[in-house]
Design a protein around this ligand. Structure first.
Ligand code: ADE
Length: 422
C-alpha cells in the first residue's frame, strides 16, 4: 500500500492485531453470515465507503465484511483515544484497508485523518458521533453530491442529526443504526454496562463492592452501567433530569437524588447522559477526597475537564488512564481516561458479541442505502423492523435458542377486534 494510504502507529504490531481481529470475528456469527452473503452477491461492488468508527478488532470485522461485499473501504478513528494500534496496523498490512488512526492522536491529527478519509470521495459514510457528516456539511460541502447516504452508530450522533434535520440543515439521508432495537437494547445496555465497569477496573483496580457508585443519567447506557455495578455489590445512586426515567430508576431499586447530593457521598462517578458539564466544577468541588470520576458518554464534554485543568493545583499520572488532580484545598480527584469514553480509552470497548448486532445493522444499512439509492430524502431513517427482527433471529440461532411462532388462530386473534370478555 502507498505510504499516503495510511497513518498508523507501527506496522510491526500487525501480527498481534490480526490475532485479535480473528478472535473477535469468532464471536460475531451474525456479521459473518452477512459477510458470506456479501462476498457471494458483491452487494457493495464498486462503492467507496468512508468509515469514522472506533478502530477496534470488532470494527475491523465490519470493515472486512464491507470489503468482502466489493466496496473500497477507508477508515479513521472516531475518538483520539479509542484506537487499538495493533488492529489499525493489521487493517493496513493484512487487509489492505487504508486506515488513519493512532491512539493518543491530537485534535489536529484526528481531523486530518477524517479529511484523509473524505479525500477518497466516498459514496457512503459511516459515523460514530457524526464527525464525518459534520465535516461534509461544513468544510467539505462539495463532496455531498457524490454521497448516497450515511449511517450513524451512536445516540449522541443521532441527536445531532435529528437537530440538523429539524433545522433543514441535513443534506443527505442517514440511517440511525443506533435506533434499531438490536443495537441500543444490547450494545448501549449490556455493552456499555460491561465495558464501562471493565474500564474503571483496568484503570484503578478498585473494589466495587460496598462503594457508592453514582451514575448520571438513566438511558440505555446508564442502565447497563448501573445494573453491572449493582451486580458487583456497589450501592448505585442515579441522578436524572427526566421524571419518568428517574421514577424507573427508583422502582428498579436504586437511590435517586440530585447530583449535588450524590456528589457528597459518591466514591465513583460515571456520566453517561450525552450532555455537557454534567459533572461541573461545582459538582467536583463537592466530592470527597479520593473520588474517582469517569465519562462514558460519546464526547469528552460531560466532565468539565477544561475547568478542572484551570483550577487544579497539580496533576500527575498514577497509572495508565488514571490521572490525579490536586485541588487548591488539597483534595485529590481521580479522572479516568482523560475524561474521554472510559470503556474505550481504558478498556477495549464493548465485547464482540454485542458489536456483532451493531455492526450487522451497519452492514445492512449500507446495503439498504445502495438498494434505495435516489429514493431517500435528506432525513434520519431507522432500518425496517424486518431487518431488526432478522438480526435478532440470526443472533438467537447462533446462541442455540429457538422461539415459538404464533399459530394461525393466534395471529388472527391479534388482528381482530370482535372477540371480547367471555
Ligand atoms: N463502541 C463501543 N465499543 C466498541 C467496539 N468494541 N468497537 C467499536 N465501537 C465500539
Amino acid at each position: 500500500m502507498r505510504k499516503k494510504d495510511f497513518d498508523v502507529k507501527d506496522l510491526s504490531l500487525a501480527t498481534e492485531g490480526k490475532l485479535k481481529i480473528g478472535w473477535a470475528g469468532r464471536q460475531m456469527p451474525v456479521l459473518r453470515s452477512i459477510k458470506d452473503r456479501f462476498a457471494k452477491e458483491k452487494t457493495l461492488k464498486g462503492l467507496t465507503i468512508g468509515a469514522c468508527l472506533h478502530i477496534t478488532s470488532e470494527t475491523a470485522n465490519l470493515l472486512i465484511t464491507l470489503k468482502a461485499g466489493g466496496a473500497k473501504v477507508v477508515a479513521s478513528a472516531s475518538n483520539p483515544l479509542s484506537t487499538q494500534d495493533n488492529v489499525a496496523a493489521s487493517l493496513v498490512r493484512d487487509y489492505k484497508i487504508p486506515t488513519y488512526a493512532i491512539k493518543g492522536e491530537d485534535s489536529k491529527t484526528y481531523y486530518s485523518h477524517l479529511n484523509n478519509v473524505l479525500d477518497y470521495n466516498p459514496q457512503i459514510t459511516m459515523d460514530d458521533g457524526a464527525d464525518l457528516v459534520n465535516l461534509l456539511h461544513t468544510k467539505r460541502k462539495n463532496l455531498i453530491k457524490n454521497i448516497i447516504g450515511s449511517s450513524e452508530e451512536t445516540t449522541t450522533g443521532v441527536i445531532r442529526l435529528k437537530a440538523m434535520e429539524k433545522d433543514g440543515a441535513l443534506k443527505l439521508p442517514v440511517i440511525a443504526v443506533n435506533d434499531s432495537d438490536t443495537k441500543h437494547l444490547f450494545d448501549n445496555r449490556y455493552g456499555t454496562g460491561q465495558s464501562t465497569v471493565d474500564g474503571i477496573i483496568r484503570a484503578t483496580n478498585v473494589l466495587l463492592a460496598g462503594k457508592n457508585f453514582v451514575v448520571a443519567g438513566y438511558g440505555w447506557c446508564s442502565r447497563g452501567i448501573a445494573m453491572r455495578a449493582n451486580g458487583m455489590g456497589a450501592n448505585v445512586v442515579i441522578t436524572e433530569i427526566n421524571p419518568v426515567r428517574a421514577l424507573e430508576a427508583a422502582m428498579d431499586g436504586y437511590r435517586v437524588m440530585r447530583i449535588n447530593d450524590a456528589a457528597k457521598i459518591g466514591d465513583i462517578f460515571v456520566s453517561a447522559t450525552g450532555d455537557k458539564h454534567v459533572i461541573s466544577l461545582e459538582i467536583i468541588k463537592l466530592m470527597k477526597d479520593g473520588a474517582v470520576v469517569a465519562n462514558s458518554g460519546h464526547f469528552d464534554v460531560e466532565i468539565d475537564m477544561a475547568g478542572l485543568e484551570k483550577i487544579k493545583k497539580s496533576k500527575r499520572r498514577i497509572r495508565p488512564s488514571l490521572d490525579e488532580y490536586v485541588l487548591k484545598n488539597g483534595k485529590k480527584i481521580y479522572i479516568l481516561g482523560e475524561g474521554r469514553l472510559v470503556n474505550l480509552a481504558a478498556a477495549e470497548g464493548h465485547p464482540a458479541e454485542v458489536m456483532d448486532m451493531s455492526f450487522a445493522n451497519q452492514a445492512l444499512a449500507a446495503e439498504y442505502l445502495v438498494k434505495n439509492k435516489g429514493k431517500l430524502s435528506p432525513k434520519v431513517y431507522v432500518l425496517p423492523k424486518e431487518i431488526d427482527d432478522k438480526i435478532a433471529m440470526l443472533k438467537l440461532t447462533s446462541m442455540g435458542i429457538s422461539i415459538d411462532k404464533l399459530t394461525k388462530e393466534q395471529s388472527k386473534y391479534l388482528s381482530s377486534w370482535q372477540e371480547g370478555t367471555k
